[in-house]
Design a protein around this ligand. Structure first.
Ligand SMILES: Cc1ncc(COP(=O)(O)O)c(C=O)c1O
Length: 397
């Protein structure tokens, strides 16, 4: 039995586990061609460190988020005692609705979280304009988009600060981890000082994450994934626990600690293969994207606005929720890497209920109800991809 992961993560090889004198911060800064990066214990921790730093400079309380994103983004805002304000999406897209975003910005807005979802590059033009008009910070959430660029610049370096995730299954992983970056040298120093205050080294966390990273190295293979990914997925689906099935079952407990040197060394070793991996998955995506997009009635999200994204998976918008659910009924449990991204728009997570501002977000709900993802893992072979195309086409018709 073989299983394709829902996103194309860079597999580890056993040599990655042996420290080889590489330096993750230095090598990542080199890879991204930026002056410096900061490693954090997760993308969420990077977001918290940034919000904690900028909230010292301002009495503003509102942080604007897309109404369809990772629920951890809202939990991070709440963790900092700030107010998550949702902005609805543009119809059929993950970008903000421009009219609604403009209406939400005011003198109490601390930050806008601009989100490069699933490797795709967000349209930053209006966000940057509003930010400059109102004195708002722009935080780029590029959790799933390491390697993506906008007008030749790495995403994350265009706003005031940005972050990538190195969680399990992402392009580059330390099992959990984050990469925080900013253009501003003063802010960079402040971010490091905040991290030193709120995220000290913790042995228990480092030990647990190191064991988890070893498990990932062993099992992130087509023959290991049925056990590590497929089994819990199918169990959760059988019980109807959709939030658990996609790993959206988060809580307010957000660990904040440093990443130890062994995990960084593993990341630095794997990073040597990342440019090739991004090239190969990109080449595979451009060929498969054309075939997926040719299916009548569906749309596949692509890069616009000067963006050059990465391709962990394809985001496919079906004509309606019934067609999406019909396709998933045939494909989700098939082991071919077809899945959903986040189960709900943010207002519909039970653990966020009553905690978010502006929950009237019909386009985000529509997006959540019609979208499915198709893995761009290099382990998804042509025959399996052809079967996926057939099932999507018959569900969409
Ligand atoms: C869009 C987005 N933002 C933020 C996060 C949080 O990152 P992390 O899991 O590293 O905390 C994720 C996680 O997948 C994400 O997909």
């Amino acid at each position: 039995m073989r299983e394709v992961p829902p996103t194309a993560g860079l597999p580890l090889v056993w040599r990655d586990l042996i420290p080889a004198g590489h330096h993750l911060e230095h090598d990542l800064a080199d890879f991204l061609q930026v002056p410096e990066v900061q490693i954090t214990c997760s993308g969420t921790a990077a977001q918290i460190i940034t919000l904690r730093t900028i909230q010292r400079e301002s009495k503003r309380r509102k942080v604007i988020l897309p109404a369809y994103t990772c629920p951890l983004v809202a939990l991070a805002v709440l963790h900092c005692g700030l107010d998550p304000v949702l902005c609805d999406l543009a119809p059929g897209h993950f970008d903000f609705d421009p009219v609604k975003l403009s209406a939400l910005c005011d003198d109490d807005t601390l930050a806008i979280v601009a989100t490069h979802l699933g490797g795709r590059v967000a349209n930053l033009d209006l966000i940057l304009e509003l930010a400059s008009d109102y004195g708002i910070w722009v935080l780029e959430d590029a959790a799933q988009s390491l390697g993506a660029t906008w007008e030749g610049q790495p995403v994350g370096m265009i706003g005031d600060a940005g972050f990538y995730s190195m969680a399990v299954g992402k392009g580059l992983t330390t099992y959990e981890g984050g990469i925080l970056l900013t253009r501003d040298a003063t802010l960079r120093t402040q971010l490091k000082s905040t991290a030193a205050d709120i995220a000290p080294f913790k042995w228990n966390w480092e030990l647990m994450r190191s064991v988890e990273l070893l498990g990932y190295a062993a099992l992130y293979q087509p023959w290991g994934l049925p056990l590590a990914y497929g089994l819990p997925l199918r169990r959760a689906l059988k019980q109807g626990h959709l939030i658990e099935a996609v790993g959206d079952d988060f809580s307010d407990d957000i660990p904040l600690h440093q990443v130890g040197s062994w995990r960084k060394a593993v990341g630095a070793n794997a990073l040597k293969r990342l440019p090739d991996f991004i090239r190969n998955t990109g080449a595979r995506a451009s060929e498969r994207l054309a075939r997926l997009s040719a299916i009548p009635g569906i749309s596949v999200l692509t890069d616009t606005w000067g963006g050059q994204g990465t391709w962990p998976f394809f985001m496919v918008l079906m004509p309606n929720a019934r067609a999406r659910d019909a396709a998933l009924a045939r494909l989700w449990e098939s082991g071919q890497g077809v899945s959903r991204l986040y189960i709900h728009a943010l207002p519909d997570y039970p653990y966020l209920q009553g905690r978010l501002i502006n929950t009237d977000t019909p386009c985000a709900r529509d997006f959540a109800s019609r979208m499915l993802t198709v893995s761009n893992s290099l382990w998804l072979d042509d025959d399996a991809f052809a079967r996926i195309l057939t099932e999507i086409a018959s569900s969409a018709s």
